[in-house]
Write a protein that binds this ligand. Structure first.
Ligand code: UDX
Length: 429
């Protein structure tokens, strides 16, 4: 099939590359012509494992191409995936300007049937607005369908998530759209759930909110564990073995970040308010996430007494491992709070140093966990990179001024660290 992808960000590029991988002819659009120039040379502007190789292969095989003209993609493709950004406005609502502009341009350019599929994370009822916008702006009475096909891609494993999903959700209003999308996804062998458009839109926000709620839930339990001397890891195992609950997304830590969970929760809360639905539950999820970072800083203060003039080594800055993404990273709140207290920081991350330096501007950025530990009064782990599992703690201990370790991601065995001579503080254990 001929597919146009409008918006070549993380979601758009992964979607485009994967559809090319499945044998379709794909053209990806972005208004940023510099980005398009790089992509034409096979250089994606983001880090996602496997993406660069996939783009290069399909560029060579001519299944994948790039343009900065929406019109070119609309003319060439029967199916158009809208993957543009929906950034948060000051009040938390999603800004849908890009979705509206793209809908208008599609309408003005199309001369025969088009299926317009929304993949961007949008508030429920956006599909309806897209339909009205196209109807109001199409030149003649050209036939079209609108559909919703939310993505569930995680950064760092987006290609695997696309090719081996738990489910594919398609929200449609016509048999024609249903058949086209079913044919498109059939090779993936995942269950395909067909719904109406509004339900599909809700599934996306509801999924992300539910996962975020699991994290805040276990973080609340972690605080109870700390208060009574129980172990949240054992509790997570105990409740996670119940198949109705499941163990995943029950990892206690310094909270969730990234460009999806905080933003989508904020937007979902606004939707609930607009609809007159009580969203106290969602507000609590955000609030627990916020206080979780503050509690971690408090824990450091409690063990170290005065923070001013002390040196702390920071391990991990990205919002999660296997990405260089710093957007809404929990590390930023922790690091900023420590800097404000007059702590000298020695910061290290395997991938996100460039971005972190640009955002934070302060602190000493070093090249290894060992450099971060050199002369430090304490170490704090903020992202659970594999590299940190393999650290030689005997070496670290010798480098540190005082062997105190604050583990914000429960990465280590407390007994082992204590035997190695560390004062070890984790989350909820
Ligand atoms: C998420 C969703 O998982 C994905 O389906 C959606 O399409 C986009 O948003 P992503 O933001 O890439 O993906 O990362 P994810 O792996 O879900 O982690 C989000 C945050 O939660 C990270 O900061 C992570 O450290 C934190 N987290 C995750 C926890 O604190 N505990 C957990 O148990 C799991």
């Amino acid at each position: 099939m001929k597919i146009g992808i409008i918006g070549s960000g993380h979601v758009g590029l992964v979607t485009g590359a994967c559809f090319a991988h499945l044998g379709h002819e794909v053209i990806c659009v972005d208004q940023d012509s510099r980005k398009i120039a790089l992509l034409k040379k096979g250089k994606p502007p983001i880090y996602e494992p496997g993406l660069r190789e996939m783009i290069q292969t399909h560029l060579r095989e001519r299944r994948l191409s790039f343009t900065s003209e929406i019109a070119t993609a609309v003319r060439r493709s029967e199916i158009l995936f809208v993957c543009v950004g929906t950034p948060p406005k000051d009040n938390g609502e999603a800004d849908l300007t890009a979705v509206e502009n793209v809908s208008r341009e599609i309408a003005r350019t199309m001369t025969s049937y088009r299926l317009v599929v929304d993949k961007s994370t949008v508030p429920v009822e956006t599909g309806e607005w897209v339909r009205r916008t196209i109807e109001a702006n199409r030149r003649r009475r050209v036939d079209f369908d609108v559909a919703s096909n939310p993505e569930f891609l995680r950064e760092g494993s987006a290609i695997r998530d696309f090719l081996y999903p738990d489910r594919v959700v398609i929200g449609v209003a016509s048999k024609r759209a249903e058949k086209t999308l079913k044919d498109l996804y059939r090779p993936l062998t995942a269950p395909i759930l067909v719904t109406d458009i509004k339900s599909a839109e809700l599934i996306k926000h509801a999924s992300n909110s539910f996962l975020a709620a699991k994290i805040s839930f276990i973080n609340m339990i972690a605080r109870m564990c700390e208060a009574v001397g129980a172990d949240v890891e054992r509790v997570a195992e105990g409740i996670g073995l119940d198949k109705r609950i499941g163990r995943s997304f029950l990892n206690a830590g310094i909270g969730f970040g990234g460009f999806c969970f905080p933003k989508d929760l904020g937007a979902f809360i606004r939707i609930g308010e607009r609809l007159g639905v009580d969203v106290t539950l969602l507000r609590s999820v955000l609030e627990i996430n916020d206080t979780q970072k503050k509690a971690f800083v408090e824990k450091i203060r409690k063990q170290m007494w005065n923070l001013k003039g002390k040196t702390i080594g920071i391990l991990g800055l990205a919002f999660k491992p296997d990405t260089d993404d710093m957007r809404f990273a929990p590390s930023l709140d922790v690091v900023r709070a420590l800097l404000a207290e007059g702590v000298s920081l020695r910061l290290y991350d395997p991938q996100a140093m460039g971005e972190a330096r640009r955002i934070l501007k302060k602190g000493t950025f070093v090249r290894s966990p060992y450099e971060a530990a050199r002369g430090a009064d304490a170490l704090a782990v903020l992202t659970e990179w594999q590299e940190f599992i393999e650290i030689d703690f005997k070496r670290i201990r010798k480098l540190m001024h005082r062997p105190i370790l604050f583990d914000g991601r429960n990465m280590y065995d407390p007994e082992r660290l204590k035997k190695l001579g560390f004062q070890y503080y984790a989350i909820g254990r």
